[in-house]
Design a protein around this ligand. Structure first.
Ligand code: ZN
Length: 487
């Protein structure tokens, strides 16, 4: 949870559902006749609305030089595409997950997580090129799944209360990225187009195969439970690597080379935040600790938690109840509670309260939504010059099962006083120039850090026995994980 305020509410489900009459046009990138549900203007408008949600929920990586660099590289690649006139927008998200994705209309995202593993500008060009390919080929966005949200009964736009709508929107932006899925054919087509765009911008096409090799290794290391979305929703990277390698091998010899830009790229990554940034909150089991805002909170055991940019929230295992913490806009708990409980169609009786010595207003509430009546508890707590809004709610029929757990969770909100947790710093990428030739193994011994030799090998797309020459740049990780952190 970071410092930004409440999000505006977008009605994305509505914009996706209200399909205008379909037309059939020839796609300029693929040459195929394509059924098109959206005009280009609608496509751009939809991308712009999703973009606002993505930025609000995942956040931009706060490094303007890096943002500018990715934007310029992306714009150069897109200028060589069949849709150069789109409002191409390239962003680096402040997200540790290894991922890249595109929205309709030309909005493209890479995470700081994927940047850390890339080894050259040409590799980044192949990732951006692939995502540009999804946009130029107008791959269907109809696969953006809202099923998970429907299960919650809290799908986007169904709620009448703006505070609750916020939670649904935050959850949905995260979820719709998680479930962004294209068909295998679309992925192969995006690979082919990516290769085309990187070659048009004179990058070495062989670098694309290296990206797939890197993704395979990261995927294998992550294991079943935490496979990055880019991998789980994309076809098998090994298969894609073989396809692209075969295509590159078939190119005439003089066109299978080009710019790589390894050194200049790696220097840009020096100091990049690596892994979760614990300053913005981290979990220790079910306990959530937020060093920057100096509070702690214990979520119900077994719930699925998510630390978003404007909220930290948890969903019950059955996905039918939510506990969320956001910052209220009002200056006092009383003012925030007055607005919440005074809303139209809201029933409830707030009262002054103390939670672990902090001034608070709490109360049960009930209200109607488009998907039926819901019940819950709202708490407004003053701490450190801010007012925290904690909401716990479920469909009316389900609420009795959650009431006790919700009360216990709300009662756990407290000041964070653990000095080690308050002082925590993120881990960062450190790019080291070798004074002399050495193997990665030797490098790891000479520069001890929190990363294992296997981690270093993946980060550098190398093996422990790989020998680097004097003057070469090698990545390592500095810092230490937050005390007692989980995940
Ligand atoms: Zn893709």
């Amino acid at each position: 949870m970071r410092h930004s305020r409440r999000l505006p509410a977008f009605l994305l489900a509505a914009s996706l559902a209200a399909l205008p009459a379909a037309g059939c046009v020839r796609n300029p990138a693929t040459g195929e006749r394509q059924l098109s549900f959206f005009s280009e203007a609608q496509e751009i408008q939809m991308g712009r609305e999703y973009d606002a949600q993505i930025v609000a929920s995942l956040g931009l990586y706060p490094d303007s030089a890096l943002q500018r660099y990715v934007q310029e590289l992306g714009a150069r690649l897109a200028a060589g595409s069949e849709r150069p006139h789109l409002p191409w927008t390239f962003r680096v998200l402040d997200d540790p997950v290894v991922n890249a994705f595109a929205l309709p209309g030309g909005y493209i995202y890479v995470t700081r997580g994927i940047l850390a593993y890339l080894g050259s500008e040409a590799e980044l060009a192949s990732v951006l090129g692939h995502e540009i390919g999804h946009v130029t080929a107008r791959h269907s966005v109809s696969r953006m799944s809202t099923q998970q949200l429907a299960q919650l009964g809290l799908a986007i736009g169904v709620l009448v209360r703006p505070e609750l709508e916020t939670a649904a929107n935050i959850a949905s932006a995260g979820l719709s990225v998680l479930f962004l899925k294209y068909s295998r054919d679309d992925e192969r087509q995006a690979d082919d187009l990516g290769l085309r765009y990187m070659r048009r911008a004179s990058y070495d096409p062989r670098e694309m195969a290296d990206v797939f090799a890197m993704l395979e290794r990261v995927s294998a290391a992550e294991g079943g439970g935490r496979v990055p979305e880019w991998l789980s929703t994309h076809p098998d990277p090994g298969d894609r690597r073989a396809r692209i390698s075969a295509q590159v091998a078939a190119l005439p010899p003089d066109s299978a080379t080009g710019r790589v830009e390894r050194e200049s790229f790696l220097r840009r990554l020096d100091g990049l935040v690596f892994g979760q940034n614990p300053r913005e909150g981290f979990f220790r089991g079910t306990e959530f600790l937020h060093p920057d805002l100096a509070f702690r909170f214990v979520f119900p055991a077994g719930w699925r938690t998510s630390n978003q940019r404007s909220a930290v929230l948890a969903m019950s295992p059955a996905e039918d109840a939510v506990v969320q913490i956001t910052l209220a806009e009002e200056a006092t708990p009383e003012a925030a509670a007055r607005r919440f409980f005074g809303g139209q169609g809201m029933a409830g009786s707030p009262r002054s309260d103390r939670i672990n010595g902090l001034d608070a207003v709490t109360g049960s509430f009930a209200t109607a939504t488009q998907s039926g009546p819901i019940r819950g508890i709202a708490a407004f707590i003053a701490h450190g010059g801010r007012v925290y809004n904690i909401l716990a709610y479920a469909a009316e029929s389900r609420w009795p099962a959650y009431d006790a757990a919700a009360r216990q969770a709300i009662g756990s909100f407290d000041r964070l006083t653990d000095q080690a947790a308050l002082a925590v710093q993120p881990q960062r990428l450190d790019v080291v120039m070798l004074e002399r030739a050495m193997t990665l193994e030797e490098f790891a011994r000479r520069h001890p850090g929190p990363a294992s030799l296997e981690d270093l090998a993946r980060l550098n797309q190398a093996e422990p026995t790989t020998r680097f020459a004097a003057g070469e740049l090698v990545k390592r990780i500095t810092g230490s994980p937050p005390p007692g952190a989980s995940e």
